[in-house]
Design a protein around this ligand. Structure first.
Ligand SMILES: Cc1cc2nc3c(=O)[nH]c(=O)nc-3n(C[C@H](O)[C@H](O)[C@H](O)COP(=O)(O)OP(=O)(O)OC[C@H]3O[C@@H](n4cnc5c(N)ncnc54)[C@H](O)[C@@H]3O)c2cc1C
Length: 230
């Protein structure tokens, strides 16, 4: 295949390698052994733009192509796959929020997330819906100017230690499949949210994984990402 990385792409990879060698390598084994979620190191990654690699610029991101982001993740994952896996999830949630949130929500959360000062979890998987994501059952019901959320999520990376949740929930009926699912921005400490115990895992221990339950959690209607069912 006739393909070469550009000088800029090689520079990103080099920066990521140096960051990983300097900030992750000395601690990665200890973080994993002791189950430490290294928020300070993640914020340092944020200083380099690694918490908003492909998030839009108006959210504070670098708006890079996915390939460039992948080169950064690849270098960090070679040294600390556990922490890097969380950073990739945080990037995905930050991109969703930065791209589809209302201006007010984006202006609040965008800079906090792209700098890594605050962290995001991505909440799709449910106890009865893993690979078959279109069958999820968590519901978000529009009541006046708020959505009321009920249901539960499983295997959520960072849960209990992050600041905001990008949540997939059903706004249409069950027959609408993937078309009835919408995405929301939910503050992680909203009343009605409870976190389950930290899952026992083989590896990937520098990030907690937990279930999350939503019991009549109310969020402003403008915390919907994009439009219902999109
Ligand atoms: C450590 C960890 C962190 C995670 N973090 C997150 C997170 O942050 N956010 C989040 O939303 N989710 C997260 N997940 C969930 C992860 O995305 C799911 O585990 C994954 O989607 C698979 O779902 P499942 O575990 O329910 O497996 P299942 O859907 O039950 O699948 C089990 C197996 O069956 C296979 N299978 C399923 N359906 C079919 C089919 N129709 N035909 C053939 N084969 C099939 C699958 O490929 C798989 O091998 C995490 C999981 C782990 C383990």
């Amino acid at each position: 295949m006739d393909f070469e990385l550009t000088e800029e792409q090689r520079a990103f990879a080099q920066t990521a390698r140096e960051f990983a060698e300097g900030q992750l390598a000395p601690h990665a084994a200890q973080w994993d052994a002791e189950g430490i979620f290294p928020k300070e190191a993640i914020a340092k990654a944020g200083e380099l733009g690694f918490c908003g690699l492909y998030a839009p610029e108006n959210a504070g991101g670098l708006a890079l192509p996915r390939l460039d982001a992948t080169l950064v993740f690849e270098e960090m994952a070679a040294i600390d796959p556990s922490t890097t896996a969380f950073i990739t999830i945080h990037n995905m949630a930050t991109w969703m929020l930065g791209t589809w949130a209302t201006p007010a929500v984006r202006e609040h959360w965008g800079p906090l997330l792209t700098t890594g000062e605050k962290l995001a979890s991505y909440c799709l998987t449910e106890p009865g819906a893993g690979s078959d994501a279109a069958s999820l059952k968590t519901r978000a019901e529009l009541v006046g100017h708020e959505y009321v959320i009920n249901g539960s999520k499983a295997f959520i990376s960072g849960a209990g230690a992050t600041d905001v949740l990008v949540l997939m929930a059903r706004t249409g009926d069950a027959a609408s499949g993937a078309g009835g699912i919408s995405a929301f921005v939910v503050p992680a400490d909203a009343p009605g949210i409870t976190y389950g115990k930290k899952e026992h895992k083989m590896g990937w221990n520098s990030q907690p994984t937990r279930t999350i339950s939503f019991d009549n959690v109310r969020i402003p209607a403008d915390h919907l990402l994009g439009r219902e069912g999109e």
